[in-house]
Design a protein. Structure first.
Length: 210
């Protein structure tokens, strides 16, 4: 059995903070955004739970807030941090966040091919995320693996094994596995899931609160 801990990054600053060029697009500013002080402390505390103290392989997206979250797991387990851009968040494809339609999030989850300009559809995001995970499962069968990524990206990747449902009432994206709700869509920072695989077949998934 291979165990994968899927982690949404810890708490970033509400306003993008980082080292920016004046010409940086919204995408670059998003990638450079750092954890706030509380986010650093939350990431450190998460790395100390027993489940994350026996990790063999560690991956992260290339976003600064994801790598900053993963560094504590790297230090605790004394293992290198591997960075794979395929675990990055869904790309909006706009120059500034103000250019997004007010119903962008809802439209994407109701039409998984919908995207703006040079952005990504949820189907495109799901494919690259799933491909990255399958590569890791094949390479590190039987290992304990931690992957730090992003909320929407994690949700759509799990479409391969779970039912991903947009709740019109709450405006949240819920996850169901074998008919049972495993996540209500209300993301924390960080958020942690434990997935157990037999080869590439998901046999269990649990949202872990700590």
């Amino acid at each position: 059995m291979t165990t994968v801990y899927l982690i949404r990054h810890s708490m970033p600053f509400r306003e993008f903070l980082g080292t920016y060029d004046a010409s940086d697009t919204e995408q670059l500013r998003n990638e450079k955004n750092i954890l706030c002080v509380e986010g650093e402390e939350r990431a450190r505390k998460m790395s100390e739970i027993s489940l994350l103290c026996d990790i063999d392989v560690l991956y992260s997206s290339h976003y600064v807030r994801a790598m900053s979250t993963a560094k504590y797991i790297s230090l605790k387990n004394r293992i290198p941090l591997n960075v794979d851009e395929r675990f990055g968040e869904r790309k909006f494809g706009v120059q500034t966040i103000k250019d997004l339609p007010s119903d962008f999030y809802e439209r994407q989850f109701k039409d998984w091919n919908y995207k703006i300009a040079m952005g990504e559809s949820l189907n495109e995001t799901s494919k690259r995320m799933k491909d990255a995970l399958l590569d890791i499962l094949q390479k590190y069968s039987g290992k304990n693996i931690a992957i730090v990524s992003h909320g929407t990206a994690i949700s759509v990747m799990l479409k391969e094994w779970c039912d991903v449902k947009y709740n019109d009432k709450t405006k949240l994206v819920e996850l169901y596995f074998q008919g049972k709700k495993v996540f209500d869509g209300d993301w924390d920072v960080p958020e942690l899931f434990q997935l157990n695989f037999e080869n590439e077949k998901l046999i269990s998934i649990q949202n872990i609160k700590f």
